[in-house]
Design a protein around this ligand. Structure first.
Ligand code: GDP
Ligand code: MG
Length: 163
């Protein structure tokens, strides 16, 4: 079985950019998975001989009680339920937001292993970009740049070791 990695976070933190980098152009859609929907995107990535599946999600706005944001939150919950490892992405330029904290509460309850990833960190010092995220209580954050690729290979190794 290929390990399943779910990319979770608020809209606009860079989930889809990371998804594209992890899956490249390799068969972007894996259609034979149960529960495939328009709102979750499955792709396959590979490190050496180790293939893995990645689920991109629409974005989790925990306050939404109805409408499209609520639907996206439901999709995210389903993706987390399917995942072996959750990559929880926050935005190093925007900083910590109340929604990030609500997502963390939900992820803790899920019982899944979670990697905290600070995206958009290109050109910033590690300690400066990650410091405010320690209060989430999810350990040492990984600083990456999905757009530029910085830190992504190391992240993949860690997430596969956890899966
Ligand atoms: P999603 O809503 O979480 O899927 O976020 P997207 O992947 O669509 O990215 C949202 C915006 O952030 C886009 O304008 C991206 O170009 C930008 N973005 C994504 N990753 C990075 C990054 O590593 N650095 C910077 N500076 N911008 C990024
Ligand atoms: Mg997206």
């Amino acid at each position: 079985m290929k390990p399943v990695i779910a990319l979770v976070g608020r809209p606009n933190v860079g989930k889809s950019t990371l998804f594209n980098r992890l899956t490249r152009s390799r068969d972007a859609l894996v259609a034979d998975l149960p529960g495939l929907t328009r709102d979750r995107h499955y792709g396959e990535g590979r490190v050496g001989e180790r293939p893995f599946l990645v689920i991109d999600t629409g974005g989790f706005e925990p306050v939404a009680k109805e409408g499209i944001m609520h639907q996206m939150a439901l999709q995210t919950k389903q993706a987390v339920a399917e995942a072996d490892v959750v990559v929880f992405i926050v935005d190093g330029r925007q900083g910590l937001t109340p929604h990030d904290k609500t997502i963390v509460d939900f992820l803790r309850k899920s019982g899944r292993p979670v990697l905290l990833v600070v995206n958009k960190s290109e050109g910033m010092r590690y300690t400066a970009v990650v410091s405010e995220f320690y209060e989430l209580g999810m350990g040492d954050p990984y600083a990456i740049s999905s757009a530029h690729g910085d830190g992504v290979n190391d992240l993949v190794e860690v997430m596969l070791d956890l899966a």
